[in-house]
Design a protein around this ligand. Structure first.
Ligand SMILES: [Zn+2]
Ligand SMILES: [Zn+2]
Length: 133
């Protein structure tokens, strides 16, 4: 729990028991939706509402502490900011896995073709995970 307190503090986010629980869930699950977070922690915080969880998540997204991951056909998922990575998404079970890919070549070529000045990229690859094949 101590490492989560440090994580919040170093990002200048006020430490509350709810936020600690949210951060711990994200760390354990990797990518998790607000609904799933709520389902996991509501037993520990009987007065907690779904709206409050959304509010906490939004505050943490705004302070660039967690990242929103929009996936077509799924609820948005959230993860702790870490090394830049791409995502593998299973079209059958909805599982999301991190993968480190070399995307510089894609970004450079996209920039050349489009004349865009690209400062952010997000790669999502969809298919069937090993369990669903
Ligand atoms: Zn799957
Ligand atoms: Zn990820």
């Amino acid at each position: 729990m101590e490492q989560y307190i440090e994580l919040l503090k170093s990002n200048k986010i006020k430490v509350t028991p709810q936020r600690l629980a949210i951060v711990e869930l994200m760390d354990v699950h990797g990518h998790i939706s607000v609904r799933d977070i709520f389902a996991h922690i509501k037993a520990n915080f009987p007065s907690l509402s779904l709206a409050t969880v959304y509010k906490n998540i939004n505050a943490m997204v705004e302070s660039s502490f967690i990242k929103e991951l929009k996936i077509v056909g799924q609820d948005a998922k959230y993860e702790l900011i870490k090394e830049e990575h791409s995502h593998m998404i299973c079209k059958n079970c909805g599982k999301v896995d991190d993968i480190i890919l070399e995307t510089n070549a894609i970004v450079t070529s996209a920039s050349e073709i489009s004349n865009y000045n690209i400062d952010e990229s997000s790669v999502q690859l969809l298919g069937l995970c090993p369990d669903c094949q």
